[in-house]
Design a protein around this ligand. Sequence first.
Ligand code: GDP
Ligand code: ZN
Length: 329
Amino acid sequence: MTTVQAARGVVLSGSGGVWRVRLENGETIDASLRGRLKKSDSGKRADGSLRRDTVSSAASKLKLAVGDDVRVEPGERGSAWAIAEILPRRSKLARRAPGGGRGERLIAANVDQVVIVFAAANPEPHCRMLDRFLVIAEANDLTARIIINKVELVGEGKVRERFADYERAGYPVHLTAVKTGLGLAALREVLAGRRSVLTGPSGVGKSSLINTVFPGANLRVGEISESVNKGRHTTVGAVMLPLPDAEGGYVIDTPGLREVGLWELPVESLDRCFPEIASRRDECRFADCRHVSEPACAVREAVRTKEISAERYDSYLHLRDELESARTE
Ligand code: GDP
Ligand code: ZN
C-alpha cells in the first residue's frame, strides 16, 4: 500500500460528523474528526480518547468550525480522510449558546470580514436590522462593510446621504448596482483574497452580486445551507463557498446570523459595539452610565447636537432594552 501524504485544507461545511474539506490543491474531500486530535484552543478531555460513534458531539466540544484550517491524514482504512489537527485561528464568529448558554456556539473560524448587503429600495432598507448585524460583527471584533445594492433605483446622491451616518461612524459603505455595473469592480477587490461572511435580508441581490462579480460562483445565498442539510438530521451551520479566480477568497453563508434575536450579548458590551458611542462614553459623568436618562451624559449630548444619529441611538436603546430584559428573565 502506498502511503498518502498528509495535506492541509480548509473546512467548507459539516454535517452529521462528516466535514467537507478543500485541500490546498483544490480537491474537495470528506473527512471525519480523528480520535487523538491535536488542537490549538479546545478544552482537555479526561482520557484523551474518542469513540467513533461520538465523533459529532466531540466535534462540537472541540469546536471545529467552517473556515478552520486543518491538517488531514488518510484514515485507518486507507480510503477515508481524518482531520488530525486544527491549525491556530486568527478570528472567529461565535454566539452564546441558546437557552441561557454557558459557553459559546462557534459559527465560523478565520473570518476576515462581515459583508452586510441591503438594497437602496425593493426591499426598503431597515436600518434597525443593519445595526443589529453591525453589533454582531463588532461583538466578534470583526471588520464590517456595508453594501447598498440596487442604487440605480434611488440614485447615488440620495443613497450616500441616507447612509452618511454609517460612514461617519467608520463603516465603509459601498454602493453597487448589478443592473448598471456600478461599484462591481470595487466590490470584487474587497472580496478577493478574503473570507467574508455574507449577510443581509433576502431579495437585496446577494446572489446576483456574487455571481456577476465572480462568474461561475453559482451562489444561491440562503439555499446552499438548505441543500447540504437535506435528508440529514443534523442542523448545518455555516457553509463556505470558494470564489473562482479570487486569490483564495471565500464567502460564508450562515443562516445563524439572521436570527439575531438569539444572540445573547452581555449588555455591558453593547457600548463598544457602537463605535460612535464607544468613543464618547468616557466623557459621561458616571462610569457606568447607561446613556438612557443619566445627567451629564456625553452620548445623549452628542445625539442632541446631531453628532450621533438619532436613528443609531434609537437602535442602541432598543438593543439595550432587549439585552437587559433577556438578562432578568
Ligand atoms: P438575494 O436573495 O439577496 O440573493 O437576492 P437575489 O440575487 O436573488 O436578487 C433578488 C432580485 O433582485 C432579483 O430579481 C434580481 O434580479 C434583482 N436585483 C439584483 N441586483 C439588482 C440591482 O442592482 N438592481 C435591481 N433593480 N435589481 C436587482
Ligand atoms: Zn452616558
